[in-house]
Design a binder for this molecule. Structure first.
Ligand SMILES: NC(=O)C1=CN([C@@H]2O[C@H](COP(=O)(O)OP(=O)(O)OC[C@H]3O[C@@H](n4cnc5c(N)ncnc54)[C@H](OP(=O)(O)O)[C@@H]3O)[C@@H](O)[C@H]2O)C=CC1
Ligand SMILES: O=C1O[C@H](COP(=O)(O)O)[C@@H](O)[C@H](O)[C@H]1O
Length: 494
């Protein structure tokens, strides 16, 4: 059903707005979720006009439609207001424009504020929305905020406190765009709609779980932000721990936001908080250096734009989390994420135990793989008989994969999340209790690294990370379970 709402996008001239927000709103428009009764106010400092803003929005959706009229109908709902968010006068103008558009588009006072800006502005914007009475209480009023949610437990707490002075938790939608991805949402389906997996989902049958978030791209034009963050805070604190909690949580009593949240928080609470010494043992980092890969020359991280020449920021992290509860005692959750790796690939490997087999030799571990991107799907490695007259065991792969981008049948993560925010469904957003626990776990690792002045491990652009990442599993008698790792090994890097 068509939604009635006024969106205000702070940071409307930025990268995220053009690459993700406008295309996602357009997809909702094409689906009829947004039709007549919506308007968008874009705001930032640049002195743009409505017409120029609409051209920018039009350009951002150009690959999504050949129908010029449809695209123009959509962009006609966009309005631009130039201002600095720390200027109170900004909000008075915003209020007047908002009220005019609310009446023109009959949005029933419903408002969504999307903060596509650096987090240091979030508290300030929220306070002004209240003090300058942009919030009217007439319809639903929700605030959607981007990552990162703080830079440590203390800054995240400060940020949360300032938001909570204005909005209650049910009005705050903290984006973790991985939660909007089709296959991340499928994790619960795999676990709880398949008795064969539900029955095996514990330390009795699972040996270890591996979560890989590999990126082929480097830091691109985000060096300014990334150099102050690094892979640990950019990916592990949020996306990776969210996925881990979905894999580890107990079965919720109901499949709804509150029940799932309660179980995810319990799972996060059960993750062992390391001492600094344990953190050094269990987490490794690395930074990519220049290398030739696939016939192309790649520069090293320190030569990237807006990155310090002597930067010690990690572009790769691998680590081991342990969960101290009955279900997971003794099962390591290995995680890794990095930039400029061999290929883009986000996947989860659930590696099952392989007790000694009295009948056959060469029996391989069963592995359930959940492919998140760039292709989506599942595979299960099972042992079968090698074709032929003898009786040799051979691993076979039962696979269902499709290319999500090619078939275009999966909604964009931001499209799903926008719709959830419109429906007031916070199931696929990150909550304060989760963010807080994640920072408690991550702060320890960061502190351990910050107190360690030894040389930062390097890895060549195009590889699968530093050798220490392989050693991390080797010392537990295990290995990463993915083809590019084999490729790396075969080149004699280990
Ligand atoms: N880009 C991405 O892929 C991703 C981004 N994010 C997060 O999204 C947020 C935005 O990122 P991104 O779009 O890349 O950043 P950009 O730097 O591209 O955009 C920042 C925006 O903020 C505006 N802005 C800055 N200062 C002010 C001010 N004082 N008053 C009003 N507007 C201001 C800028 O406009 P102007 O200069 O005209 O004022 C611009 O529109 C960040 O929190 C980032 O971490 C998260 C995941 C991915
Ligand atoms: O949040 C972030 O995610 C992207 C990776 O997202 P994906 O959907 O393309 O897998 C990452 O590149 C970026 O550094 C990080 O901030």
């Amino acid at each position: 059903m068509e939604k009635q709402v006024l969106f205000t996008i702070f940071g409307a001239t930025g990268d995220l707005a053009s690459r993700k927000l406008y295309p996602s709103l357009f997809r909702l428009f094409k689906r009829g979720e947004l039709a007549e009764n919506f308007a968008v106010i874009g705001t930032a400092r640049r002195p743009w006009t409505d017409d120029y803003y609409r051209e920018i929005v039009l350009a951002s959706i150009s690959s999504l439609s050949n129908d010029k009229r449809q695209a123009e109908l959509f962009t006609n709902h966009f309005y631009y207001q130039s201002h600095d968010v720390s200027d109170s006068g900004h909000y008075a103008t915003l209020k007047v424009l908002g009220e005019k558009l609310a009446s023109q588009y009959q949005t029933r006072g419903n408002q969504i504020f999307f903060l596509a800006m650096a987090p240091r502005f979030f508290g300030n914007i929220a306070q002004h929305l209240k003090s300058e009475k942009v919030l009217t209480g007439k319809g639903f009023e929700r605030i959607v905020i981007e990552k990162p949610f703080g830079e440590s437990l203390s800054t995240a707490t400060e940020l949360n406190d300032s938001l909570r002075q204005v909005f209650d938790e049910s009005q705050i939608f903290r984006i973790d765009h991985y939660l909007g991805k089709e296959m991340i949402q499928s994790v619960s389906a795999v676990r709880f709609a398949n008795p064969i997996f539900e029955a095996l989902w514990s330390n009795q049958y699972i040996d270890n779980i591996q979560i890989t978030f590999a990126e082929a791209i480097g830091v691109e034009d985000r060096g300014g932000y990334y150099d102050g963050s690094g892979a640990l805070k950019d990916m592990i604190q949020n996306h990776v721990l969210q996925v881990l909690s979905l894999l580890a949580m107990e079965k919720p009593v109901k499949f709804d936001g509150d029940s799932i949240l309660a179980e995810k928080v319990k799972a996060l609470q059960a993750i062992r908080k390391y001492s600094h010494e344990e953190a050094k043992e269990s987490f490794i980092r690395g930074q990519y250096v220049s290398a030739k890969f696939d016939g192309q020359d790649f520069i090293g991280y320190r030569s990237e734009p807006k990155v310090a020449e002597d930067s010690r920021t990690e572009t790769f992290v691998a680590g081991k989390f342990l969960i101290d509860n009955e279900r997971w005692a003794g099962v390591p959750f290995y995680v890794r994420s990095g930039k400029r790796l061999t290929e883009k690939g986000t996947r989860i490997n659930v590696v099952f135990k392989n007790e000694s087999n009295p009948l056959f030799e060469n029996v391989q571990q069963n592995v359930l793989t959940i492919y998140i991107q760039p292709t989506e799907g599942f595979s299960l490695t099972v042992n079968g008989k090698q074709a032929g007259s003898g009786f040799e065991i051979d691993p076979l792969r039962l696979a269902f994969r499709h290319d999500a981008e090619y078939f275009g049948n999966s909604p964009e993560a931001y499209e799903t999340l926008f719709l959830d925010a419109l429906n007031g469904n916070s199931m696929n957003f990150s909550h304060w209790e989760e963010a807080k626990r994640a920072w408690e776990l991550i702060d320890v690792v960061r502190e351990a690294w910050d107190s360690d002045s030894s040389e930062l491990p390097e890895y060549p652009a195009g590889s699968m990370g530093p050798i220490a990442s392989f050693k991390l599993l080797e010392k537990d008698g295990r290995s990463w379970n993915w083809k590019p790792d084999e490729w790396y090994r075969k080149r004699g890097k280990l």
